[in-house]
Ligand binder design. Sequence first.
Ligand SMILES: [Zn+2]
Length: 308
Amino acid sequence: MTKKRIAGACLLLMLSLQGTISQASSGASELKPYSQISWNYLKTLTGFGPRNFGSPGYTKTLELLQEVGKKYADAVEVQPFVFPGDNGEKLTMSNVVMRFKGTKKGRPILLGTHFDTRPFADEESHPALRSRPILGANDGGSATAVLLALAEYLHQHKPERSVELVFFDGEDFGEKGSGENLLGSMHYASQLRKQNMEDWPYCVIIIDMIGDRELEIFKETHSVKSASWLLDIIYGIAEKEKIPQFRPQSKYTIFDDHYPFIGLGIPSVVLIDFDYPHWHKMTDTLDKCSPESLFAVFFVVVKALGEI
Ligand SMILES: [Zn+2]
């Protein structure tokens, strides 16, 4: 995937704005430690190596998610599901759900991401590299790290509305065009279908690929159609707090883990920077990410939880 970078002067201006969030921002100093906490989680995750289904890194990630969930969440649940693999084999994948009770009644906010990484670097130009699993520092790692830091935050700061942090499996599993993607979120949505609608999430916010050092999060088009009011809250906060990584223009149409929930009629958005030259390549490594980018998203999401 190649996308045009913003040219010349405009890029320089953007980079100059992308420092740490202004200390004048309300609550920025109180939240600041979560920049390092998120970054540490990202270092841990990438230290596990590739985290595609069945890999040692995948197993370690599942263990970490459960460990963090047990420590910080009111309840943690592993939701296994079976996916038919090649040659009739049955693959058991797992979503992990951390539940945090709110101080007021009402349906929960689902905050989700995928924790799996791409099993093959199929965007590499060199054929020899295309069968190798990617490290997924940004794609799979960055948003997982932010949600893990949010688990710590929500343990310390009870939300008003209940929150479910959901770590989806199998988002990046299948080959292009195979339809074998979004496996965890499709399973989760299919389970919701069996439940009373009163127990469904009030809204869904998915984050994915938010670690890019040159982070620019545009409004994704399915999200605009599904829940423009929710994007208004999120981008309104970013504007008020002067967080330049959030760009209010609409760009990209992406089938991410929000899509199965849109199918249920639940207001759902994805926050993603798809303009990432290392997407599905071996070069998606930690040095392409920054703590400032993780924190920009952490900060806006935390603020949004208080306004939904
Ligand atoms: Zn991906």
